[in-house]
Design a protein around this ligand. Structure first.
Ligand SMILES: [Zn+2]
Length: 435
C-alpha cells in the first residue's frame, strides 16, 4: 500500500507560498518563482514539514536515520513544472516501522517527504477542449508512506488504513481528508498460488485515486478475484494501473505499465543533505501525544471499560479528551459521586460523538437520570396501575397481540411520573401487570 498525505503546514515545502490549495479562490494565486520552476528559483526546505514527517515516523515505530537527503525524480507531465519532483530516493527520513491491527500487523517500509504536483483541469474554452493547469497545489508538502507486502485481504487493508488515519489525526499534522484529496490511497495488488514465501509475484496492479477505506477494501477484493480468474486460465494478469469505479464496485484499466519507469534519481544539488543529532530526534519524540494504543491500555486499566467501548471513545482525540474531562468533573464534584466512568462512556457512545454541552452539563444530565432510576418503586407500580386502568383500549389491543402498544403505555407512565422513571423498569412493571 502506498499512502500520500498532504501536510497542513502554513507554507509550501520549498517556498513561502501559502499552503491552502483547497480553499484558494482562484487558480495560480499561491505561486512564486520557486514553485513555478522559474530559472534561478532556489528551494529551501520547510523545517516544520520535516519535523512532522519524523514525528509521524516515530508514531509508526520507525527508525529515524541521522542522515537524509532530497533527490530529484524525473518524469515529464504538465502538472510538474520543473520536469522533476523533489522527493527522497534511498535515504528517507523514516524507515522500518509497524502498525498493529487485529487483522494482522503491517510493517512500514519507509516514510518519506516530497512535494505535491499541480492540478490539471480539463475544460472547454472558446469552444475548444483544453487542459488548464493550477499550480496552487504545486510544492505542497506531501508525505508518502510505503508498507511492506504484509496485507492479505481487503479487510486488513481497511483496518490498517483506519488505524493510520487515526494516528495522523492524533498527531494533527494533516486534515487527512480523502474527499479533499489530502489523503490518497493506492493499493498494489498481486496474487500468488499457495502460501506467500516472501517472493512477490512477477506482476502487480496498482489501483489509483481511491477516496474511501471501504472502496479500498472493495477494490482489493475485486482485484484478487479478477487475478485468480486470470491465473486459473494459465495466464498472468497484465501489469497496469487501474482506477476504481465506485458506481459499479469494479476497477477499470487506465494504462499498462509493462516496465518500471526510469526516473533518473539523483541528489538535488540545490538542497544540502540533512543531518540530525540524537537530541533533535529526542526533542521531536517529546512532542508526541499519547497515541491510541497507549490510550487504550490506560483507559482499560484506569476506568475498567470494555475494549469495544474504549475504541469508540478514543476514535478521535477530542472525544477521548472530553471523556477524561468528564471524569475530572466527577472526581472534583462530590454531588456526582454516583456517576461512574462506565455511565459517562455509555452516554458518550449513545450521543455518537455529537456533544455540544460542557463536560459539567453532560455529567449533570447523567446524574439527573440516576435520580430517575431511584424513583420509589411503589410510586412506579402505582403509576403503571393507574395508566393501565385509564387506557382500556390500549390494554385490550395489547392482549390481542399488538405488542407495540407497550411503548405508548410506557410513554403515558413517564408522563404521569413527570418524565422521571427508567423506561426499562416501567416496561418490566407494565408487562408484569398485563399478564
Ligand atoms: Zn511558491
Amino acid at each position: 500500500m502506498e499512502i500520500h498525505i498532504e501536510l497542513a503546514t502554513k507554507s509550501k515545502m520549498f517556498c513561502g507560498c501559502k499552503n491552502d490549495p483547497f480553499n484558494a479562490k482562484n487558480p495560480n494565486i499561491y505561486t512564486c518563482p520557486v514553485c513555478l520552476a522559474m530559472p534561478g528559483g532556489l528551494p529551501v526546505p520547510n523545517r516544520q514539514a520535516i519535523e512532522w514527517t519524523i514525528k509521524l515516523g516515530l508514531a509508526l515505530g520507525c527508525t529515524i536515520p541521522l542522515f537524509s537527503k532530497f533527490d530529484r525524480k524525473h518524469y515529464f507531465y504538465p502538472d510538474l513544472p520543473k520536469g522533476y519532483q523533489i522527493s527522497q530516493f534511498d535515504q528517507p527520513f523514516c524507515k522500518d516501522g509497524i502498525v498493529r491491527v487485529p487483522e494482522g500487523d503491517v510493517r512500514i517500509q519507509r516514510v518519506h517527504l516530497e512535494e505535491d504536483t499541480g492540478k490539471l483541469q480539463h475544460a472547454v474554452v472558446d469552444g475548444k477542449k483544453v487542459t488548464l493547469v493550477d499550480f496552487n497545489r504545486s510544492g505542497v508538502p506531501l508525505v508518502e508512506i510505503v508498507t511492506e507486502p504484509d496485507i492479505r485481504s481487503g479487510d486488513q487493508a481497511k483496518a490498517f488504513l483506519k488505524k493510520l488515519h487515526q494516528i495522523i489525526k492524533y498527531l494533527a499534522i494533516s486534515g487527512a481528508d480523502m474527499e479533499k484529496g489530502s489523503m490518497r490511497l493506492e493499493p498494489n495488488i498481486s496474487v500468488c498460488k499457495g502460501a506467500f514465501d516472501g517472493v512477490l509475484p512477477s506482476y502487480k496492479v496498482e489501483v489509483k485515486n481511491i477516496n474511501s477505506f471501504n472502496f479500498v477494501k472493495k477494490a482489493i477484493d475485486y482485484e484478487v478475484s479478477r487475478h485468480i480468474d486470470i491465473l486459473e486460465t494459465g495466464e498472468l494478469p497484465k501489469q497496469e494501473t487501474r482506477g476504481y469505479d465506485a458506481a459499479n464496485s469494479a476497477t477499470i484499466s487506465q494504462r499498462s505499465k509493462e516496465t518500471a519507469e526510469d526516473y533518473r534519481y539523483f541528489p538535488d544539488p540545490d538542497i544540502p543533505p540533512i543531518r540530525f543529532t540524537k537530541d533533535q530526534i529526542e526533542t521531536i519524540k517529546q512532542t508526541l501525544p499519547e497515541l491510541p494504543d497507549d490510550k487504550r491500555i490506560r483507559f482499560s486499566q484506569s476506568f475498567g471499560l470494555k475494549d469495544s467501548d474504549i475504541d469508540l471513545i478514543i476514535d478521535r482525540q477530542e472525544h477521548a479528551d472530553y471523556f477524561e474531562k468528564c471524569i475530572d468533573v466527577i472526581n472534583s464534584t462530590p454531588a456526582f459521586d454516583r456517576v461512574t466512568p462506565y455511565m459517562v462512556a455509555k452516554a458518550l457512545i449513545n450521543s455518537r460523538g455529537v456533544v455540544r454541552v460542557s463536560e459539567t452539563e453532560f455529567v449533570q444530565a447523567i446524574s439527573d437520570k440516576l435520580t430517575d432510576l431511584t424513583i420509589d418503586p411503589l410510586i412506579l407500580v402505582e403509576a403503571c396501575r393507574k395508566i393501565t386502568e385509564e387506557h382500556h383500549d390500549a390494554v385490550e389491543s395489547y392482549h390481542k397481540g399488538k405488542e407495540s402498544v407497550i411503548m405508548f403505555l410506557i410513554g403515558q407512565v413517564k408522563k404521569e411520573l413527570k418524565g422521571k422513571g427508567d423506561a426499562e423498569k416501567i416496561k418490566e412493571e407494565l408487562l408484569m401487570q398485563l399478564t
